[in-house]
Design a binder for this molecule. Sequence first.
Ligand code: C2E
Ligand code: MG
Ligand code: MG
Ligand code: MG
Length: 280
Amino acid sequence: RAKSRAGAAWLFFDQGMNGASRARLDTEQALGRAIAAREFLLEYQPKFRAGTRTLSGFEALVRWERPGRGRVSPGEFVPAAERTGQIKALGELIVELACTQLLDWQRRFGRAPSVAINVSPLQFEDAGFAGRLLARLAALGLPSGALEIEITETAAIGHLGRVLPQLNRLRSEGVACALDDFGTGQSSLTMLRQLPISTVKLDRSMIEPLPEVQASAVVMATCALGQSLNLEIVAEGVETEQQAEAAEALGCTQLQGYHLGRPMTPEQAGELLTLAFAAQ
Ligand code: C2E
Ligand code: MG
Ligand code: MG
Ligand code: MG
């Protein structure tokens, strides 16, 4: 379906579409060539341990450097790639790019930091996804613990039948899994117990109002449950020192956000790693 849709899209291109749907189609049509031409790169946003504020790892965030257009936001092209089915090819490229970076850091520093990649639930429709990822790590001689995957709660719940067996496999082989954007979907706290996850990432919308009383109560309750389930709790989108201190006081175990570090180039991330590994 996806293929025929992308292929036939040009037919409708000029027939009275509004600007928004025209832009969507344009993105969808350009993606195939862009993936083949490998126009994508990863930036790395650091995560830090609460309290000590030492580096705990990175999250890889994909960027599209579109010739003649500049950077396109993943908020725009990831949903487009999901609509057309191209997210599978793009996802494979992202895994490859992250592994190549890990290998580079492993060679340079003698060890690899933890790098998390965002995985779309559609990638799990391919039952071979987890196996290929593990095989790639093994072929490169990378420890499976160096890679973590992030999946959104809405996605995890909506595709549980496909996602769960592969998450279990990854988990048993040492690839950690984080539940992303927690607090935005319709998942219940019992989901935390049912999914084979090691980490919960509290969405920026839960962190932004801190230290407001009611938001604090929700974060504290989530952290308490997370602690009893032995989960890491990452506060996402920390933009101020006040939010950082509130998140720490409420029980978050890691912090991520512009206040602590923006998504950065591999070179900048490497500099951070140099300092972090030297301090250990
Ligand atoms: P996400 O995984 O929840 O990533 C966090 C997003 O928030 C990133 O936006 C990041 O740059 C941004 N962010 C981080 N700290 C702050 C902060 O303090 N304040 C604010 N306002 N924003 C902050 P980005 O890079 O535009 O990515 C957006 C979303 O696109 C991601 O949300 C993720 O769902 C998706 N995405 C990004 N990279 C990939 C990828 O490689 N594969 C897939 N499937 N999805 C990806
Ligand atoms: Mg994420
Ligand atoms: Mg997130
Ligand atoms: Mg988020």
